[in-house]
Design a binder for this molecule. Sequence first.
Ligand code: GZL
Length: 325
Amino acid sequence: MYIVKRLRLFALLVAAVLLTGCTKAAEEANDPELLLGFSQVGSESAWRIGNTKDIENSAAQYGVSLMFENANQSQENQIAAIRRFIAYKVDVIAFSPIVEDGWDNVLMEAKEAGIPVVLVDRTIETEKEDLTACLIGADFYNEGVMAAEYLIRKADSLGLDHVNIVEITGTENSTPMLQRQAGFADTIADDERMHILESIDGDFLKSRGAECMRYLLETYGDDIDVVYSHNDEMTLGALPEIEKTDMIPGRDIIIISIDGGQEAIDVLKEGKINCVVECTPNLGSELMETALKLKEGEPVDAVIHPTEQVFSDEMDVSTIGPRGY
Ligand code: GZL
């Protein structure tokens, strides 16, 4: 009888310890270390969808409670989302601004509420001081430089003495559009072989990429030597339009793209495009680490650029592994 009593007492002690532990874990889960509000541009590309997935996965990995809002390509929706985050008194606000201007008022409201703001992927244009804590995103200017440097090497290898370029740009006045255009233009500026026939806004969309390419082919035809496209989505929209002509993409027309998603790498491997500059969507872990530091009042770097590479027909493309977006 004595043994039974001892066993019952032991079982009660074990249960008490386990329950306390569970309660504590539950308390921690219900009281996350950080409440982060994130306003996303939309779902316009494989890059954007990959970026969203990485941010959501990183929040789960870091135990961050994420309020995520998709603005569906609308600045108005992003501003409204930021106002909701302020009203909800989140610890940190992060967003990828669809365009560079028009943020002063809402970011002043966040500053007055004492909520730090992290820019992810894209940046803003403002005269005001200290509206944001930092930027986590690619060096888009350098992406443009790398695209142009590839073209210069390609022209050298083909012995070209005149190169007609058409440019399909991303969303007008967005950071990647402005800087990819500037980096490319600055790099070819001193190369007398290079001529940009026209730049046209494809808004980072596949459908617009097709429309732009149709117009450019109707206007310039086989005078086009190079297509410089600011993202894979527009490139993938443009390709079928080129294939409707007697020109062979990747051979008669050099095609340069940016993002580095799986679909673009697949057509690079097929030889239909010549160069893909990587722009990684995987910014989630840097965002969580930065937001956690901001909540604790710790200093953070003003700009965090991920490392990025170039994939092209200069390399053994069969060695390129799965891209994950
Ligand atoms: C780049 C990102 C761009 C991608 C596009 O960091 O802002 O927006 O290049 C996306 O695919 O639409």
